[in-house]
Design a protein around this ligand. Sequence first.
Ligand code: 4AZ
Length: 568
Amino acid sequence: MDLQRTTSISSFKQETFLIEECVRKSYTQNSCEKVFCQPWQRCVKGSCRCKLPYQCPKNGTIVCTADRRAFRTYCQLKSYECQRKMSKFMHRGNCDRQETFRVVLDPENATSEGTVKVELAHSQRAFICGEEWGMQEANVACRELNFPEGADHIETIDTDNVSQPLECIKATCRGIETSLAECAISRLNQSNAKLAKVVCHTPPKECSFREFHCVNRKCIPLDKTCDGINDCGDLSDEVCCKACRSGSYHCKSDVCIPNKYLCNNERDCLTGEDESHQLCNGRLQDNEKGTEQAEESMDEERRNIKKSLPQLYCGVANRTVTRRKRILGGNTAEKDEFPWQIAIRGERERVSCGGVYIGGCWVLTAAHCVRASRTHVYKIFTGMLNSITLNEGIETFDLKRVIIHEKYNSKTYQNDIALLEMKPKDLGRCSPPNSVPVCIPWSQHMFKSGQQCKVSGWGFDEAFTRQYALKWGYIYLMENCSAIYRHRYFEGMECAGTHDGSVDSCKGDSGGPLVCFDSDNVGYLWGIVSWGENCGEKGHPGVYTKVANYFDWIGYHTGMSLITRYNL
Ligand code: 4AZ
C-alpha cells in the first residue's frame, strides 16, 4: 500500500514535465515523428532507417576508421556503421597518417568504470578532464567501449595524488556520436584539473520510483528528464515533454533541445521554431562566436551533409496577405495566395468540391466528393479564383484515375480521403503553371491544438449562399473532437474552428485544404474539409480528415519521393 502511494507521488512529480501517453509510445532519437533523422538515415514509416552508402551526397572529406579503412565521405562511413555497427570513425583524411585516437578506461583492468584516457599517436596518452564532462560525452565514451546503452552516471575525481604534469583533453559531443573522435576535442594545459570518470551501463537493472525508464532500459533520475540533455543516450528522456527545464527549449512536437541549439542555423524542431526569425533576430552574432570557439568536430561535417541533401519544394505561396475581413466569416483570396487550391467540377454544378495540389499529377480531396465510376466526368481547375468570371491563368485537367481510400465509409465519413491523378498535358506535363504543391505533414506532432491555420474554398457563406470568389479564413486546431462529436468521431478526424463558430468551412468547401504553416511560413496540408454539424455553429466545429495519418497511404500511391520533404 505504502509503496503504491509513493509511486503515485512520484508519477505526479513526473507529470509536471512528462506526457504519459506519449512516454508509452517509446519514442527515441530514431522516431522521425518527433525528431529529424541523421543525414545518413531516412524516415520510413516513422522510424529512421540506415541509408545505403551510395545514397549519400558525393562531396565531403575522406575519413579513416579505427580499423584503418578509408571511406570517401563521412556520410558513407556513418551509413555503413549504421548498418553493420562496426568501423567507427577515427580521423579525417586517408589512413596513411599515423594518427590514432583510442579511448580506454583507467585503471587498465577496469571493466565498466574508470577515468577516461585517450591514446594518441606515438603512444602519447592524455586524460579527459572533468570540466564540462557531461552525460552526452560519457554516453559516447561508453558506446565506444562497447556499452551500447552508454553511461550509467558520471563523476569527476581530484588529481591531488598525480605527480607528473597532466595532459588534459576536453571533449564536447552532441551525444549521438559512436566514438569520442567525432566530438570536438581540445587540449587543455592544466595541472590541477579534475579527471572525468564514467560508470558505463551494464544491464540488467530495475529502475527505482524516482527514476525514468529510458527506452534502452537504462534508468536515469526523474529530474534529468526534459532538460535538453540526452541522458538516456537514445533521447527518450527528451521527446515527451509538456515543458522543458531551464537551459532548454520546448519544440512544438514536445521535444526539449538545449538552448545552445537555438538560432544555430540548423533546424532541430520539426517545424523550425528553434530557428524562427522571431526568436533569432539579433541573436546571430552570439552564435557565430560560439562556433568560433568550438574545435573541429564531425558535427560541422554532419551539418554540411544535411545541407547538401535535396529538399522538396512545396508549401510556398508567392503572396501572403493577412487582412482581417469578413469560406464563412472569411476573406477573399488574392492571386497566388493559395497556389495549391484546386476546384473540382462534377456533372452538374460549376464547382462541387475543393481539392489540393500535392505535386506531380496528383490532387488530394475528400472521398465523399468523388466516385471512381465517374472518373471521366470530373474536371480539375487550377489557378482559379472566381468560378464565374473565370480569371486569367486557369488551367483545366481531365482525370486518369480516382483512388478512394480502401477503408472509406460513406456513412460515417471515416477515412474521407481520395487521390485524383490528372491526365498529363502535352509532353507529359502535369504541374500547372500557376500552382505550387502543398507540403504533406509526415508526423502527427508537427502541429497541435491551438495552432492557427488557414482553410479555403468556394463553399457557402454565413447566409448559406453560394460563393463564386475563393474565400479563406483563420481557424484553430482543437483537441476535444471526440468529446464534441462522440460516436461520430473516429481516428483520422480532427476538429478545427473558432470558439464562437464565426469562421467555418461549409457546404461546397469539402475536399479543400486546411493548411498550417511552419516558422518559415511553409504550408502543410493538415486537414481536408470533410463534414460538421451545420456551419458556423458555436460548439460544432468543422471536422477535417487528418492528413498526417495518411502520409504512408498517399506516398504508397504517388511515390514517397513526391511527398517526402526532408531526407529523400
Ligand atoms: C458539407 O456539407 C460541409 N462546418 C462541409 C463542412 C462543414 C459542414 C458541412 C463544416 O460539405
